[in-house]
Write a protein that binds this ligand. Structure first.
Ligand SMILES: Cc1cc2nc3c(=O)[nH]c(=O)nc-3n(C[C@H](O)[C@H](O)[C@H](O)COP(=O)(O)OP(=O)(O)OC[C@H]3O[C@@H](n4cnc5c(N)ncnc54)[C@H](O)[C@@H]3O)c2cc1C
Length: 504
């Protein structure tokens, strides 16, 4: 055995019998074979020895864990799947990837619809974090520690009964990691910033297998980078997030006819230009080609708060959820129940804009015609979603130590769409609707001085480049930090997909 192999075994802290086992199981000639991808078999064998057989699935084709990705378009069969139990396991996995030059993907909740972001085919190994899903509270309940493989539904179910909330996800099935690393839009964002802004400390495994903390005192540059910087710097193995005392909140969900499009959009703009100065209020619009759903949420137990006055005179078709004093958890259950559990192909897509009801209306009409035609042809469901982002979001980010996203400091919206369809042959046709719609947002926005280039990572589609919109200074700093913590650029070169700095 060569010195490199010896160093590799010693870095994995293998016992003498384990080293012998590795030697026996792996032909010496294959060790260190990098160029033709044949290292995959050796890497999976090494993982079985270093982490234990129960942590490595070498027959993923027959295992449903392959299908854990939310979108069918992302389901792929990796050469093997490593399911670490803790940061030490993740460290071993990364050392194995490095030693054998392995392509890999990292999966938390699997809710990115972008193929390859958290999935990989037989040319690589999937690092699936779903068993690292512990949730605990510090003794004084000020910090919640979240495992990277958890889902927001479990977080709420665990923390709300203990009297605390966190700024995290709004939909139960979404994963903890992807959401925080991409920013994290929550009902409390107007008041407290993004989910990433509410992280006290990250535990991260770097490319060389070192486990470090990133917070205001240790590795402060990495701390900044991870807040919105996505999968570029390491595998996060624990998120320590600030809690707030559990809130009673108010919400009401109203459905309007599209015949009332102009007045509903006017009400939203009036609210965002005035009512949104009450940072406990947030109003989101989820529009289909047939109806407009308005979600009014107030993060205090105040029925029909004054902030939403522009909406109260508009007669809805239906009150989908009546005026309710509830919790973020009860609202999450309602919002989560809307999505279908059927396996489907999915996409989302991002753009941003200044506030203007006529722009929203014109782009909606453009989108509606296309969405209806493609629905008739393919059965695809599409939504047109307007999410308010008030100046306090960026301010909160700065106040909490800064983040890498460069969120615009002005009052604006993040537009997104959720698209569901079934047949792979319709991929291009279905996606063309949202692609053309974001082009239309940009064209009309530029003509009317309303365009904002920022793309929110957690809504960005496979061909979009959210990191490129973070601003030249932030991008340069992110690249520097990536080189500092990952000098061999494992995460840029060997990671299968996701929003990578190397692809800006
Ligand atoms: C139904 C639905 C509702 C949503 N609601 C919201 C919402 O309310 N607010 C919001 O902000 N976003 C929302 N999103 C978007 C969501 O935040 C992103 O899709 C996010 O990427 C999902 O995270 P995940 O862990 O489930 O995804 P995954 O697909 O597992 O991971 C996403 C990316 O993060 C990387 N990654 C995963 N874990 C780690 C880790 N531990 N360390 C390093 N990199 C890692 C992956 O490699 C991948 O590139 C929603 C998405 C869906 C589908």
């Amino acid at each position: 055995m060569d010195a490199r192999f010896d160093a590799f075994c010693s870095s994995l802290a293998l016992s003498a019998p384990q080293v012998q086992c590795l030697k026996d199981e792996i032909a010496e000639s294959a060790i260190g074979s990098h160029s033709d991808g044949s290292g995959l078999e050796q890497a999976c064998r090494a993982a079985e020895i270093a982490l234990g057989h129960d942590r490595v699935d070498t027959s993923p084709l027959n295992n449903t864990v392959v299908h854990e990705n939310w979108s069918q378009a992302c389901v792929a069969s990796p050469y093997c799947i490593i399911q670490p139990a803790n940061a030490a396991d993740v460290s071993k996995a990364l050392k194995i990837f490095r030693h054998f030059d392995i392509n890999f993907a990292v999966r938390s909740g699997g809710h990115s619809p972008n193929p390859g972001a958290s999935s990989i085919d037989a040319n690589g190994i999937l690092l699936d974090l779903q068993h690292m899903n512990a949730i605990s509270l510090s003794q004084d309940k000020s910090i919640a520690s979240l495992g990277p493989g958890g889902r927001w539904g479990d977080v709420m179910e665990t923390l709300t009964p203990q009297g605390v909330d966190v700024v995290g996800g709004r939909i139960p099935v979404v994963g903890v990691s992807g959401l925080i690393l991409g920013g994290g839009l929550h009902h409390l964002m107007a008041e407290l910033g993004t989910a990433a802004d509410n992280v006290d400390s990250f535990e991260v495994v770097l490319a060389d297998g070192t486990v470090v903390n990133a917070n205001t005192k240790e590795n402060n540059d990495l701390f900044w980078a991870l807040k919105g910087g996505g999968p570029n710097f390491g595998v996060v193995t624990r998120f320590d997030v600030y809690t707030i005392p559990a809130r009673k909140i108010w919400y009401e969900i109203r459905v309007y006819s599209v015949d009332d499009l102009a007045t509903v959009l006017d009400a939203h703009v009036t609210w965002q230009n005035s009512g949104a100065s009450d940072i406990k209020s947030t109003a989101s619009l989820i529009m289909t080609p047939d109806a407009i759903t308005v979600i009014l949420q107030y993060s205090a137990p105040v029925e029909r708060p004054e902030a939403f006055a522009p909406f109260y005179n508009l007669e809805p078709l239906q009150i989908a959820v009546p005026s309710t004093i509830g919790t973020f958890q009860s609202l999450a259950t309602i919002l989560g129940s809307v999505s279908s559990n059927q396996p489907m192909r999915h996409d989302y897509r991002a753009t941003s804009s200044r506030i203007d009801a006529r722009l929203y209306e014109d782009v909606y009409r453009f989108w509606q015609t296309r969405a209806l035609a493609v629905r008739d042809e393919t059965g695809a469901n599409q939504t047109f979603v307007i999410q308010p982002v008030i100046p306090n979001v960026a301010k909160q980010g700065v106040a909490r130590g800064g983040n890498s996203m460069g969120i615009p400091t002005e009052n604006h919206i993040w537009w997104t769409t959720l698209v569901d369809w079934t047949d792979p042959k319709d991929d291009e046709k279905v996606r063309s609707v949202s692609i053309e719609t974001t082009e239309q947002w940009k064209k009309l926005g530029q003509e009317r001085g309303l365009h904002i280039p920022f793309l929110y990572m957690n809504d960005a589609s496979r061909d979009q480049n959210p990191l490129a919109t973070y601003g030249a200074e932030n991008i340069a700093r992110l690249k520097e930090i990536s080189l500092k913590y990952d000098p061999t650029q494992l995460f840029q070169k060997r990671q299968n997909g996701g929003f990578l700095l190397s692809r800006i």
